[in-house]
Design a protein around this ligand. Structure first.
Ligand code: COA
Length: 382
C-alpha cells in the first residue's frame, strides 16, 4: 500500500523559553493539518516521538498527553529511540497506515531541552548510552570524539574537513528562517572555537534546542495532485555501547537500515538528489555520507571540504539543506520528523532560497545514541 505525505510543518527551532510543549505542538499540528487539507476529526492515530520529557519534565504518557491537549480521540502512542525517536515514530505511523488499520495518521516530534540545566540535559541524553559509558562519566561529545579520533587515524580525516561540515550547514541554516543558528561561519571560526572533547570543538557539535515538527500521512491521497510518497524504509539496531562494536568509523545500524531502504525503494545512492543526515557532530555527517553509500570509505571529509554537497555548488546531491542538526538545531525527539518535513518540502519544490533545483528523490537518516539504532527513509514525488 502506498503511503503519501499530505502535510508537513516545523516550528522555530532554538531557545523557546516562553513557549510550552503544548503550545509548540498545537501550533505545528494546526499548520500540518492545514497543509494536508484534513481536520483533526479525520486523524485515526497519533504517534509522538520524544526522548526526554520523562527525565527532564517529569511527564510521561505523551501519546495520551498530546491527544488530550489537541482534542484528539484516537489511539495514541509515544515512540522513544533516543535522537532517532522522531524517525521511529514516523516509521511506526507509516506501518499503521500500511497495515490498513489507520487511514490518516499524525506523526509528531517534540522536545523541550533548554529550560533545564546543561548537566541535567547531558545526563538525560546519556540515557541513550550503555551503563558502563554512563558510569565512566562519558558524554555524547566525548563518545563522538572517540569516533572522530578513530576516523582521523584510519582515514587521515582532518579537523579542517570536520569544520567544513559546520561551515556548510551554518550556510544552509542562514537560508532557513526556522533554524536555531542563522549565522554563517568561516572555517577559521570553526577551527578556533572552544574545545569541547578533543578533537571536537564547539562548532563541531549540534546545540541543545527546543522545537517540534508534525507530518500527516495517509493511504488516501485522492485529493492531492502528485503527492510525495514513501518509497523505502529501514530500521536497524546495534550495541548500545561503543566498546562492543567491531569498528568506530562506521555505524553498522545505519548501513543496514540504508540497505533495507534502498532495496525497498529500488534506488541506489547515486539516485538521491537531497538528503537530511544525522550530523549530531560533524564527524557523524562524514560517517553518514560513507555509511549511506554516497561516498567511498574515507572520502567524505575531502568531498564535503571541496563543497561537493553544498547548495549552489553541488552537481548532484545536496546534504542538510535545513542546516542539519548542527545549525538548524537538535531538539532530539523532533529532529527525525523535521528531517522528513524538510525533504518533503524540497520534493514539492517549495524550499524557496534553499531549494535544490529539480530534486526528485530524497533521503532521511536519523540515528539514536552513538548508532545503537538508525532509521532511513526514501521519498519521491509520484
Ligand atoms: N554550536 C554553535 N554555537 C553554540 C553551540 C553549538 N553547538 N552550543 C552553544 N553555542 C553558543 C551559544 O549560542 C552561546 O553563544 P553566545 O555566547 O553568543 O550567546 C555560546 O555558544 C555558549 O552557549 P552555552 O549554552 O553556554 O553552551 P554550552 O557550553 O553549555 O554547550 C555544548 C555547548 C557543545 C556542550 C552543547 O551545545 C552540547 O552539549 N551539544 C551536544 C548536544 C548533544 O549531545 N546532543 C545529542 C547528540 S547525540
Amino acid at each position: 500500500m502506498t503511503v503519501s505525505i499530505l502535510g508537513v510543518a516545523t516550528t522555530q527551532f532554538g531557545e523557546l523559553w516562553d513557549t510550552s510543549p503544548r503550545a509548540l505542538v498545537k501550533g505545528v499540528v494546526d499548520e500540518a493539518l492545514i497543509d494536508s487539507r484534513l481536520q483533526l476529526k479525520n486523524i485515526d492515530a497519533l504517534y509522538v516521538g520524544n526522548m526526554l520529557s520523562g527525565i527532564l519534565g517529569g511527564q510521561e504518557n505523551l501519546g495520551a498527553f498530546f491527544a488530550s491537549a489537541l482534542g484528539l480521540v484516537c489511539p495514541a502512542f509515544k515512540v522513544e529511540g533516543a535522537c532517532a525517536s522522531g524517525g521511529l515514530a514516523f516509521y511506526n505511523g507509516a506501518l499503521g497506515v500500511r497495515s490498513g488499520e489507520f487511514t490518516n495518521v499524525l506523526v509528531l516530534g517534540v522536545e523541550k531541552m533548554t529550560d533545564h540545566k546543561p548537566e541535567e540535559v547531558a545526563l538525560g541524553l546519556m540515557g541513550a548510552g550503555s551503563d558502563e559509558e554512563r558510569l565512566a562519566g562519558a558524554t555524547f561529545p566525548g563518545l563522538y570524539a572517540l569516533m572522530a579520533q578513530a576516523h582521523m587515524r584510519e582515514f587521515k580525516t582532518t579537523e579542517e574537513e570536520m569544520s567544513a561540515v559546520a561551515v556548510k550547514n551554518h550556510y544552509h541554516a542562514s537560508l532557513n528562517g526556522k533554524a536555531h543558528f542563522r549565522n554563517p561561519i568561516t572555517l577559521k571560526q570553526a577551527l578556533t572555537s572552544p574545545m569541547i572533547a578533543s578533537p571536537l570543538k564547539l562548532f563541531d557539535c549540534s546545540p541543545v534546542s527546543d522545537g517540534a515538527a508534525a507530518v500527516v500521512i495517509s493511504s488516501d491521497a485522492s485529493r492531492v495532485k502528485k503527492p510525495v510518497v514513501i518509497k523505502g524504509a529501514g530500521v536497524a539496531s546495534d550495541s548500545l555501547g561503543l566498546a562492543q562494536r567491531n569498528t568506530l568509523t562506521s555505524l553498522q545500524a545505519a548501513v543496514d537500515a540504508a540497505q533495507k531502504a534502498y532495496k525497498q525503494a529500488q534506488v541506489a545512492p547515486c539516485d538521491i538528489d537531497v538528503a537530511e543526515v544525522h550530523d549530531c557532530f560533524t564527524i557523524a555527517e562524514i560517517m553518514a555520507m560513507e555509511d549511506l553509500g554516497f561516498l567511498a570509505k574515507g572520502e567524505a571529509g575531502q568531498a564535503i571540504f571541496a563543497g561537493k554537497t553544498t547548495l549552489g555548488k553541488s552537481q548532484k546531491l545536496v546534504v542538510n539543506t535545513s542546516g542539519g542538526l548542527k545549525a538548524c538545531g537538535h531538539p532530539v525527539g523532533a529532529t527525525g520528523v523535521k528531517q522528513i518535513a524538510e525533504v518533503v518540502t524540497q520534493l514539492r519544490g517549495k524550499s524557496e532560497k534553499k531549494q535544490v533545483a529539480g530534486a526528485k528523490i530524497g533521503l532521511t537518516h536519523n540515528v539514536g545514541g552513538t548508532g545503537a539504532v538508525a532509521v532511513v527513509h526514501i521519498f519521491a514525488r509520484e
